[in-house]
Design a protein around this ligand. Sequence first.
Ligand code: KIV
Length: 267
Amino acid sequence: MSVHTSRRGEVTVDSLAAMKRDGRPIAAMTAYDASFARLLDEAGLDVVLVGDSLGMVIQGGSTTLPVTVDDMVYHARCVRAGLDRALLMVDLPFLSFSTPEVAVANAGRMLKEADAQMVKLEGGGAQVDTVARLTECGIPVCAHLGLKPQSVHKLGGYRMQGRDEASARAMLEDALALEAAGADLVLLECVPATLAEEVARNLRVPVIGIGSGSGCDGQILVLHDAIGVSARMPGFARDFLADAGSIHAAMTTYVADVRARRFPTGK
Ligand code: KIV
């Protein structure tokens, strides 16, 4: 499989920052293989994430915890083969960023072996040093806050985060600290819409939301939720394939709805 292809008109960290400045919402989606990656790229997605959600939607597990760095590299190489324009972001799986140097080694594999342009890691203030070290090494980072599926056993389930005043303040402070450490993007999963909007307003870098209302700088969904093939559809997701007739049309509709802020509806 060839990696490190030359790409024209590709989305970069800078172009995502410019989208935030211009008020143009960013459309992102997960993918795990080349065929779907190509469909998403052709539909105009800006960011394609190889999520460790693959532990659930591809491997059939009940959590993301068993996913390995090798799994991520393999699927990231598959997705890279299908992309021409979209920015390729890859998750660092559970325990693959337990220290800054471990994070550098594993994130380095994503960039060197799969030609990823950004890594994503779950964590709040505790990851500030890791984000700073990755940044020093020239590795773009997305910090994932809110519901962190890798911490499911600590959280006691997959539920909305930042509902009370203290945890909402802590999340905003974490987001600011991670941005100061060099994070290029922040992802908020299952956070109250008012809090997500406040975080997006206070950060210079783009904030992408999932299940976090319409006030973020962009949206992301798990592909299998967006085409209605997940075993359990989260309440915030929408089956874009139901009315579209083809996966390409479904993805084109998703991009148009995110750009026009028709998805998600309501606050
Ligand atoms: O792993 C994943 O697919 C994610 C999404 C929830 C954005 O992190």
